[in-house]
Structure formats: structure tokens, C-alpha cells
Design a protein around this ligand. Sequence first.
Ligand SMILES: Cc1cc2nc3c(=O)[nH]c(=O)nc-3n(C[C@H](O)[C@H](O)[C@H](O)COP(=O)(O)O)c2cc1C
Length: 162
Amino acid sequence: MGNKKVIILGSSRSKGNTAKVATAISEKYNIDVVDLNNYNISYYDYESKNLEDDFLPLIKTILEKYDTLIFTTPVYWYNMSGIMKVFFDRFSDLIRIEKETGRKLRGKNMMVISNSHDDNIDASYYIPFQKSAAYLGMEYQGNMHFNANKINDLKNIELIQL
Ligand SMILES: Cc1cc2nc3c(=O)[nH]c(=O)nc-3n(C[C@H](O)[C@H](O)[C@H](O)COP(=O)(O)O)c2cc1C
């Protein structure tokens, strides 16, 4: 079985700049896109009262089908988007109560694609992803940043080489 990749799109709009980057990469490399806006995923709950929302079925499907998770997010206030952060917070369910699913994160690959109106962003932006990957036993394979002012012609987009 080949290395199957999925783009996990976390933006406050499904047809905005981050979605444009995600679509270009998806079309060029034939990579599936999961838009977090299509799912009902609530904040992490210490009392686990939200286990019936869409998080667990979604992450289980992702872990069954894919080897590389490409987290694709705009820069919002120097950070990943809120919707992406909520998704990451829910990984705590996998550590605390759904441990069998959590173990399936081990050995998966993580990549990050970001965009803002700058050509580059500080390397520190990616630290939460890198540390989360290390904690979860995932391999961090790198990150790419796009300037949202220059994304109208993404025909020549190159995903970082694995
Ligand atoms: C809530 C919010 C916060 C933002 N914060 C930043 C920021 O801290 N730094 C920055 O360069 N751009 C910031 N931006 C600009 C976005 O990164 C940029 O417009 C991006 O392309 C938006 O992607 P989207 O269309 O998928 O939302 C912010 C935009 C929003 C809506």
C-alpha cells in the first residue's frame, strides 16, 4: 500500500485562501481534502460529554485511510486557526480515553501548510505542530508557507519532497 495523504483543512471559510492552496495541492497530487467546517467538533471537554460529536468517527476514518496528515491552516493571530486548534485539543481524547485509536497515530506522518499575507513566517509558528507530532509519536516531515497575495496561479505548486 502506498503512502496515502490527506489534507486536513482548518479555516474559518471553506472557499478562502487556505482552501485555494488546499485545492491546488489536492488537484495536482490527487490528495483527498477533509474540510473541518463540514464536521461538528466541539471544544475539548474534561468530562467527555462530547464524545458523540463528529471528532471520533472522523479521526478514526482518517487513521484507517491515510498515512500522512497535512494540516492546512491560515495564520490567525500568529497561530494556527481556532478550528484547527480545537481539532488538536481533541487529540487529548485519544490519549485519555480512546487510547487504542490514539496509538494509531504512532508512525503517521505530519506536514503543515500555512498561509498569510507574507512571504515567510517565523519558524516558531510550527513549534506546536512539531512538538505535538513528537508527543504523539508522529514523524514531522516539514512545512510550507504561502503568501495569500500570490495564490491565484498555483499551477506550479510543489509539495515538499518526502
Ligand atoms: C482572525 C484572523 C486573524 C489573522 N491573523 C493574522 C496574523 O496574525 N498574521 C498575519 O500575517 N495574517 C493574519 N490574518 C490574515 C490571514 O492569515 C490571511 O488573510 C489568510 O490568507 C486567511 O485565510 P482564509 O481565507 O483561509 O481565512 C488573520 C486573518 C483573520 C481572519
